[in-house]
Design a protein around this ligand. Structure first.
Ligand code: NAD
Length: 283
């Protein structure tokens, strides 16, 4: 029996979108730790370049930063050219760009009879712009890079795609209807594309992170002045059986497993990385 390892990943070329973000940064480091050569593709070209340089010097693994928008197919095609020139053919893709917007967030968690006095704080006060923005970033921002960056995999007859979903896709959190629905669409698309591509050699899977304290949600979950958990933050910990937030590195095991040939017969699955949140009935 062959010894199992992530050795098959060494030297492979991975595109990581949204790679300069909190989770992306941790994933990029996890990839370099097993020798994957990564193109960090991000709207923030400077941050992507700086991160790539620091990873390359720390791990001695070729890593590049490329500025592009996951919402603009031409910029992705340009990015692919640069990646092909500098790193070679693309074998792995992580669709990491995503997130919520305050424009698509209700001020109140639930409506009460009193809410009728000020509908602006409820579902009825949300504008279509916010919904559009969040659906675009999460859904279209996964769709377009997948069309562009799996072309090399199609030619090679092998490859692995990893999408980033969220616990919100199964049980929507209050206040963020667009983000929750957009992440549910990622689960559905992951399954659809896995089936569509199953005979091409390209596998498509996802991870569904639970709750991680990041810049995006820190203001909702901890009090800026005292550093104490807000009621919403306490609720999350209460509903997470491990009684803590995840650390971004906690995603790396599931990430490497799904990218590597170790999971060669696995496609169309979504792995929760959530401290038991999805298993807990709340009582
Ligand atoms: P983040 O905001 O720290 O990083 C997102 C990155 O995407 C940023 O570097 C940003 O510049 C980049 N980006 C934004 N728009 C872009 C575009 N149009 N084109 C290219 N890049 C773009 O977010 P994060 O917390 O690291 O989240 C990463 C992923 O994980 C997202 O899909 C998010 O929805 C998901 N997620 C996060 C959590 C969490 O607790 N933080 C939980 C579940 C899922």
């Amino acid at each position: 029996m062959t010894k199992l390892s992530f050795e098959d990943l060494r030297g492979k070329v991975c595109v990581l979108t949204g790679g300069a973000g909190v989770i992306g940064t941790s994933m990029a480091r996890g990839l370099a730790s097993v020798g994957v050569r990564t193109a960090i593709v991000d709207l923030n070209a400077d941050a992507a370049a700086a991160l790539a340089a620091s990873i390359q010097s720390e791990f001695g693994v070729q890593t590049i930063g490329v500025g592009a928008s996951v919402l603009d197919k031409d910029s992705l095609l340009e990015a692919k050219k640069v990646i092909n020139e500098k790193l070679g053919k693309i074998q792995l893709l992580i669709n990491g760009a995503g997130g919520n917007s305050p424009q698509a967030t209700t001020a109140v968690e639930q409506m009460t009879p009193g809410s009728l006095d000020d509908l602006s704080k409820t579902f009825y006060g949300l504008g279509m712009d916010g919904f559009q923005k969040v659906f675009d970033l999460n859904f279209k921002g996964t769709l377009l890079p997948t069309m562009v960056f799996t072309q090399d995999m199609l030619e090679a007859g092998t490859g692995s795609v990893l999408n980033i979903s969220s616990m919100n896709s199964y049980r929507p959190l209050t206040k963020i209807p667009a983000y929750s629905a957009a992440k549910a669409s990622i689960n559905n698309f992951t399954q659809w594309l896995a089936v569509h591509l199953a005979q091409t050699g390209i596998r498509v899977n996802a991870v569904a992170p639970g709750f991680f304290l990041t810049n995006q949600n820190r203001f909702l979950l901890t009090d800026e002045k005292t550093g104490e958990a807000t009621p919403r933050g306490r609720n999350i910990i209460h509903n997470t059986p491990m009684k803590k937030y995840g650390e971004p590195e906690d995603l790396n095991g599931a990430m490497l497993y799904l990218l590597s040939d170790i999971s060669a017969f696995v496609t169309g699955i979504i792995i929760p990385v959530d401290g038991g949140y999805s298993a807990f009935g709340g009582v």
